[in-house]
Design a protein around this ligand. Structure first.
Ligand SMILES: *[C@@H]1O[C@H](CO)[C@@H](O)[C@H](O)[C@H]1NC(C)=O
Ligand SMILES: *[C@@H]1O[C@H](CO)[C@@H](O)[C@H](O)[C@H]1NC(C)=O
Ligand SMILES: *[C@@H]1O[C@H](CO)[C@@H](O)[C@H](O)[C@H]1NC(C)=O
Ligand SMILES: *[C@@H]1O[C@H](CO)[C@@H](O)[C@H](O)[C@H]1NC(C)=O
Ligand SMILES: *[C@@H]1O[C@H](CO)[C@@H](O)[C@H](O)[C@H]1NC(C)=O
Ligand SMILES: *[C@@H]1O[C@H](CO)[C@@H](O)[C@H](O)[C@H]1NC(C)=O
Ligand SMILES: *[C@@H]1O[C@H](CO)[C@@H](O)[C@H](O)[C@H]1NC(C)=O
Length: 380
């Protein structure tokens, strides 16, 4: 038994020594010429040790890694591209990547990040340019963690942020305010329902905003103002949203027509609802609203508007009748009760007189000391 254990220890030692000798961790492929190490789908539970110092591109993807920390990447200061995609990472600790002083691209896509430390993505020298968190966030709490981290990790130099496939429903305002250098923001394949004031504030260098495959039914005035506040020349992608072509949609359709140059997929935007409008181009809708004729499609909102006016008028007439009736009843009650009213007024007058008399008496009584005081001062 002891012999077996000894042998196993010896073997393990030998293996690690041989791995080191060849300069490549077990279950990984290393290419010194390409400065690249790949450990792909090897059932690894943690970041292997012994990754050579020349490594610039490190891919540890499709494994079972559940935790990473600052100690995972000791001595790897030449790494520029790190992919940990498709693992089971649940937590990113403070300063996890702070040893990677050349890191430019970090891919954590397809993980289950539940906890993200505020300083998780701090990289000395602010070299990080690309952060991929596609399908990486476990739930909305992790997104709130991330929002804090985007602020505290000083990512002002980051260029690309991929947040696709995270089931995001709502983006708090100022989430991206600290990413002044961001050029590409990918929010595709989420469940965003609206764009609010401040959602994209601070994105002063933005060039592309991808909102495809979300849950947008229309963009309200507030959202249109927000889109208008983006830097000029930004390219928007809005396809595959459930655009709902009912009254109220006109401002968005008109905006779309006037912003065709900015919306990369404007031609392809179609109504998803109601069913008789399905596949109707939103641009044709805009033409219909302006009464441009041709192949424009009308929403028929004016007629509905008139109907609403009529309903409003009817309700005013009804209100008038009711008020008139109430007034009549009031007068009738007054008339029938005129004797009682006269009596009550008389009663009230008497009560008032009594009260005034009582008051008068009190006044006289109270004024006595003052009078006496005045007389004493007069004596002096
Ligand atoms: C990083 O690369 C440089 C030059 O390519 C090399 O001199 C240095 O030793 C490398 N760093 C490590 C930790 O191996
Ligand atoms: C992020 O990762 C996903 C999945 O690994 C990939 O499809 C996507 O292209 C990446 N995003 C960027 C901006 O490279
Ligand atoms: C997100 O997941 C964490 C860990 O399971 C849990 O504590 C938290 O309550 C969840 N948050 C939401 C909003 O579901
Ligand atoms: C969208 O994201 C979900 C996960 O949130 C993923 O399962 C699905 O494949 C993604 N769809 C596309 C078209 O990328
Ligand atoms: C958006 O919010 C800012 C303050 O944060 C305010 O000054 C501005 O008027 C708001 N715009 C709209 C359209 O509500
Ligand atoms: C809408 O267009 C898609 C593809 O362009 C097509 O597959 C679908 O049948 C169309 N639906 C209707 C209701 O026309
Ligand atoms: C659509 O935009 C063009 C200019 O891009 C303008 O000439 C046209 O009148 C607009 N049409 C509608 C219906 O607003």
């Amino acid at each position: 038994m002891l012999d077996l254990a000894l042998r196993m220890v010896f073997c393990a030692l030998l293996c690690s020594i041989s791995a080191r000798a060849s300069g490549c961790p077990l279950r990984c492929e290393c290419s010194e010429a390409a400065h690249t190490v790949k450990c792909v789908s090897k059932d690894l539970r943690s970041v292997p040790s012994g990754i050579p110092g020349y490594t610039r591109n490190l891919f540890i993807t499709g494994n079972q890694i559940s935790r990473i920390g600052p100690e995972s990447f000791k001595g790897l200061d030449n790494i520029t591209t790190l992919s940990l995609s498709n693992n089971r990472i649940t937590k990113v600790e403070s300063q996890t990547f702070s040893g990677l002083r050349s890191l430019r691209s970090l891919d954590l896509s397809s993980n289950q990040l539940a906890v993200i430390n505020p300083e998780a993505f701090t990289v000395p020298g602010h070299t990080l340019r690309e952060l991929n968190l596609s399908r990486a966030l476990y739930n909305h709490s992790s997104f709130m963690n991330l929002a804090v981290s985007l602020r505290w990790s000083t990512l002002g130099e980051i260029r690309t942020l991929d947040l696709s496939g995270n089931r995001l429903i709502y983006l708090p305002s100022h989430t991206f305010s600290y990413l002044g250098g961001l050029r590409r923001l990918i929010l595709a394949n989420n469940s965003l329902v609206a764009l609010h004031n401040g959602t994209f504030s601070g994105l002063d260098s933005l060039e592309q905003l991808d909102l495809t495959l979300n849950a947008l039914r229309t963009v309200q005035e507030e959202g249109l103002a927000e889109l208008a506040s983006l830097p000029p020349g930004v390219r928007l992608l809005l396809g595959e949203n459930p655009w709902t072509c009912i009254c109220g949609m006109e401002p968005f359709a008109a905006w779309l027509n006037s912003s065709q140059g900015h919306v990369g997929d404007a031609e392809g935007l179609v109504c998803a609802f109601p069913s008789d409008m399905r596949n109707t181009s939103l641009l044709r809708l805009a033409a219909g609203q302006a009464g441009a004729g041709g192949d424009g499609v009308e929403l028929g909102c004016h007629r509905v508007g008139e109907g609403a006016d009529l309903a409003l008028q009817t309700s005013y007439v009804f209100l008038g009748i009711v008020l008139g009736f109430v007034g009549l009843v009031f007068l009738l009650v007054l008339y029938l009760n005129r004797q009682g009213i006269k009596k009550r007024i008389n009663d009230m007058r008497e009560a008032c007189t009594e009260m005034l008399e009582g008051y008068h008496y009190h006044y006289e009584h109270d004024s006595d000391p003052r009078l006496s005081q005045v007389s004493t001062t007069a004596d002096i």
